[in-house]
Design a binder for this molecule. Structure first.
Ligand code: NAD
Ligand code: IPM
Ligand code: MN
Length: 347
């Protein structure tokens, strides 16, 4: 069980350190951690956000624990060298096309949400986000128009097989939950979305036990705040999934709480909090490490089938929250290490 630990930039190393403490504390026999550089940190050291040495490590392990990348002092670099290319590159190079972003309210902790407790208390949903296609990976550029002004452009596209494979992930996830799948698109405007919808409907014939609905993304953003409890599994494209998952995190309580798994066809998985490098609080020791700790739990569950250990971590996080251990993101004052200590104490 070889795990690469790519901590990255900003709060990435701070939150990852706490997740590694939790993994260490479980004393799982045969678990080996291998560190590697990604993002702005890797650019400064190796001249590239995803250097070959890191990619080699990624290809040699069974799972990756990822912190966050992003460093605004490097935003002037050409796009291929920007820190974010590390996570985008890993997703693409390793074929990690299925991004699972669960958003569930912790029992008894409805009031962490900025929504009313009777609304937030019903949240138990899973966003299945396609991660290898869409406008993220299409051709893009800046061109000069006839009148001399510059125009930025990004090509949005989905091929049938890209939609088909993520649709299967969505339907299977729904089968394992309450049997409801909502496909989110913008088929009223976008050709990419019309094809997405057509393919999802075709795939649904294989899953007569799953109730499929469709929703436009603007409505989905609204419903997520109005009645998030109505959602079970949401399957959507790369861009819409990115946006809706940040929104779902606030419905639960904070972006510092949401974990994710990015899975390929094989067994390899990359696990990361859905948040970024949070430059506004980096280096202050106040970031909430819970999303990363919960990502480590997802890692143990999905990559190694260690359900009991995963559940132990999740219970420890929930217990810490229930005891009032909250970071600044949740209106509390606990620091990063203090939160790590609290979770460890409850393991
Ligand atoms: P962000 O998620 O980094 O931060 C958004 C807000 O949430 C900030 O106010 C931040 O302080 C807060 N926040 C985030 N995580 C927190 C935590 N664990 N505890 C407490 N507060 C937390 O998003 P952003 O500011 O839009 O982006 C910052 C950088 O991160 C950018 O360079 C962006 O590209 C990058 N980014 C990377 C990833 C990734 O590595 N997967 C994800 C998102 C953003
Ligand atoms: C995320 C992030 C990334 C994304 C960025 C950093 C490329 O926002 O993982 O949610 O847009 O996918
Ligand atoms: Mn995002």
């Amino acid at each position: 069980m070889r795990i690469a630990v790519f901590a990255g930039d900003g709060i990435g190393p701070e939150v990852t350190e706490q997740a590694v403490r939790v993994l260490d504390a479980l004393e799982i026999a045969g678990l080996e951690l291998i560190e590697g550089d990604v993002g702005g940190a890797a650019y400064r050291k190796h001249g590239h956000p995803l250097p070959p040495v890191t990619l080699d490590i990624a290809r040699s392990v069974d799972a990756i624990l990822f912190g966050a990348v992003g460093d605004f002092t490097l935003d002037h670099l050409e796009r291929a060298l920007r820190p974010e290319q590390a996570v985008l590159g890993l997703r693409k190079e390793l074929g990690l096309f299925a991004n699972l972003r669960p958003a569930t309210v912790f029992k008894g902790l409805e009031d962490l949400s900025t929504l009313r407790p009777e609304v937030s208390g019903k949240i138990d949903l899973l966003i299945v986000r396609e991660l290898n296609g869409d406008v993220y990976f299409g051709e893009k550029g800046t061109r000069t128009l006839a009148d001399g002004q510059r125009q930025g452009w990004d090509m949005m596209s989905y091929a049938e097989d890209e939609v088909r494979r993520i649709a299967h992930v969505g339907f299977k996830a729904a089968q394992g939950r309450s049997g409801k799948l909502c496909s989110v698109d913008k088929a009223n405007v976008l050709e990419t979305s019309q094809l997405w919808r057509d393919v999802v409907i075709a795939v649904s014939k294989d899953y007569p036990d799953v109730e499929l609905t469709h929703m436009y993304v603007d409505n989905a953003a609204m419903q997520l705040v109005k009645n998030p409890g109505a959602f079970d599994v949401i399957v959507t494209g790369n861009l819409f999934g990115d946006i809706l998952s940040d929104q779902a995190s606030m419905c639960v309580g904070s972006i510092g709480l949401l974990a994710s798994a990015s899975l390929a066809d094989g067994t390899l998985g990359l696990y990361e909090p859905i948040h970024g490098s949070a430059p506004d609080i980096a280096g202050k020791g106040i970031a909430n490490p819970m999303a990363t700790i919960l990502s480590a739990a997802m890692l143990l569950r999905h990559s190694f089938g260690l359900e009991a250990q995963a559940a132990r971590i999740e219970a420890a996080v929930a217990a810490a929250l229930a005891d009032g251990v909250k970071g600044g993101d949740l209106g509390g004052s606990a620091g990063t290490k203090e939160i790590g200590d609290a979770v460890l104490a409850r393991l």
